[in-house]
Design a protein around this ligand. Structure first.
Ligand code: SF4
Ligand code: SF4
Length: 282
């Protein structure tokens, strides 16, 4: 089973849910793999006290021009949908940061003047925080295109394990890469108008991808039912509520998983898993 944990925005408690779910399942002797796809700010390793024992570099091909062959026709700049190439008089400028490595330019160059060269965009770190297998992606500093790093993390999926994916925040390409093809997505949100706004976007994205989802309300406050009302209207299950409590926030800030700072949460996270498994089967 592949369960993604996502949120419409950062700082809502995604990693809190993903790590506590992984720890609770591992304590039941279930094989668990946690994929940290929040590649701009991976921090699951802090909660799992994991030190990586292997690392792989993620490369992307970007075009390099051979000025001896270039005829300055401008076809490469015309074909690039991302404005990653510009022809300025007799100079061809390539902007690697916005190149999506689609290959259009080097395939269409009539003079065969463009060749793909490898550019480092990030790393994938593997480790074992016994018994949880952890794979973390890390986007290289100064690089902006994260989906290839997310994809590289997902390529490490172990089908023999329950796979929990800690996704990037938002509802754009990196998140779609992290959640596409999963069996279920747990959306973590908070009961505020901002939380609702981002939740709506995330739900719409998941519907496009055909991934079923349910909601965990973090920093829940009795009487604030803005999320409950939306979930009821949309027929979405509210899977769990984590109250707004200082001790939970303090433990999180110290890198202590919720199920370790308060072991009574273990049963609740196992219930969360059972609920998700039930939703997947139905
Ligand atoms: S398409 Fe090829 S020949 Fe034309 S400007 Fe680009 S690199 Fe030069
Ligand atoms: S590989 Fe694609 S995105 Fe990159 S410069 Fe060429 S056409 Fe543009």
């Amino acid at each position: 089973m592949r369960i993604a944990v996502a949120s419409g925005k950062g700082g809502t408690g995604k990693t809190l849910v993903a790590t506590s779910l992984a720890i609770s399942l591992a304590e039941q002797k279930k094989p668990v793999q946690l994929l940290d796809c929040d590649v701009e700010e991976p921090n699951a390793h802090i909660f799992l006290k994991n030190k990586p024992n292997a690392e792989e570099t993620v490369f992307l091909p970007i075009p390099q021009v051979d000025y001896g062959l270039c005829q300055y026709c401008g076809k490469c700049a015309e074909v690039c949908q991302f404005n990653a190439i510009a022809l300025m008089k007799r100079t061809l400028v390539i902007f690697p940061d916005v190149c999506h490595s689609c290959g259009g330019c080097w395939h269409l160059c009539p003079a065969d003047a463009l060749k793909p060269v490898a550019r480092e965009v990030g790393t994938v770190e593997m480790g074992q925080s016994d018994p949880i297998k952890l794979v973390s992606g890390r986007l290289k500093l100064g690089t902006h295109i994260s989906p290839p790093v997310v994809k590289a993390v997902r390529e490490k999926e172990d089908p023999a394990s329950i796979i929990i994916i800690d996704g990037p925040p938002g509802s754009s390409c990196p998140v779609m890469t992290a959640v596409a093809g999963t069996d279920y997505c747990i959306l973590v949100t908070e009961p505020t108008p901002f939380g609702l706004n981002d939740l709506v976007l995330a739900v719409e994205m998941l519907r496009v991808l055909g991934v079923p989802c349910g909601v965990v309300i973090n920093r829940d406050v009795p009487g604030q039912d803005i999320i409950d009302r939306y979930c009821e209207m949309q027929g979405l299950p509210v899977l769990m509520r984590i109250p707004l409590q200082t001790q939970i926030a303090r433990a999180y800030a110290k890198g202590i998983p919720l199920v370790e700072s308060d072991p009574t949460w273990r049963a609740k996270f196992l219930e969360l898993y059972q609920r998700v498994a039930g939703e997947v089967v139905s």
